[in-house]
Design a protein around this ligand. Sequence first.
Ligand SMILES: [Zn+2]
Length: 240
Amino acid sequence: MKHIRFRYLILGLGMMFLVGTAGQIKETLSDNAKVIHKIPTTHKVVAITIDDGPHPKTTPQILAVLKAKQVKATFFVLGEEVERFPEILSQEVAAGHEIGSHAYSHAHLSRIREDKIDPEMEKAEMVISRIAPKPTLFRPPGGLYNHAVLEIAGRHHYTMILWSVDTKDWSAPPVDKVVDVVLNNIKPGSIVLFHDGSYPLPTAQALEIIIDRLKEQGYEFITISELLEYYEIRPTLSLD
Ligand SMILES: [Zn+2]
């Protein structure tokens, strides 16, 4: 008798565990659905995104390439760097690029105290808005987020943008390597991650080659807001 009760106890605990785990999985899945990594589209459109600037050396190099190639990109800027180099953000805006927020100090928002998350978003928004339109796009530093980050970003009416192609250019790989990563992984609707945060980076040189090669393949470069317009909701099952 005692033995049977014990088995029920174990079974009960097991079920509680399963229900708990399922609840967690559900929350994670719905959280992930709120974050955009790429856009499902059949059109050959992609977005170049550049994080961590503005930087007095890297950003002007990148801006020069984008201007020469007549490409618009989306810069996810840090509030702290905007305060240091406001004139470079002005150049980005004047050139017609889109500006999103990358928070204020690059603190990893899922790892800081919950009451520190909102000030990171708020301070960045304040300094960016002095120069650029109020940001509607947000990219969490390190791509790290949790439920609290999503909730607070939601209160700011941000669309959370991550990426589908990671060049890892911040680690200063050779130009060829950055080019290969992009050419081997690009698809219609891709969001490509670059950086303009530290110097020297292979980014500007790599972009020059990447833009030419992808244009040859028929790709068009657009900003994140423009890319969002290409979101195709298809009723049929898709393989990707
Ligand atoms: Zn970053």
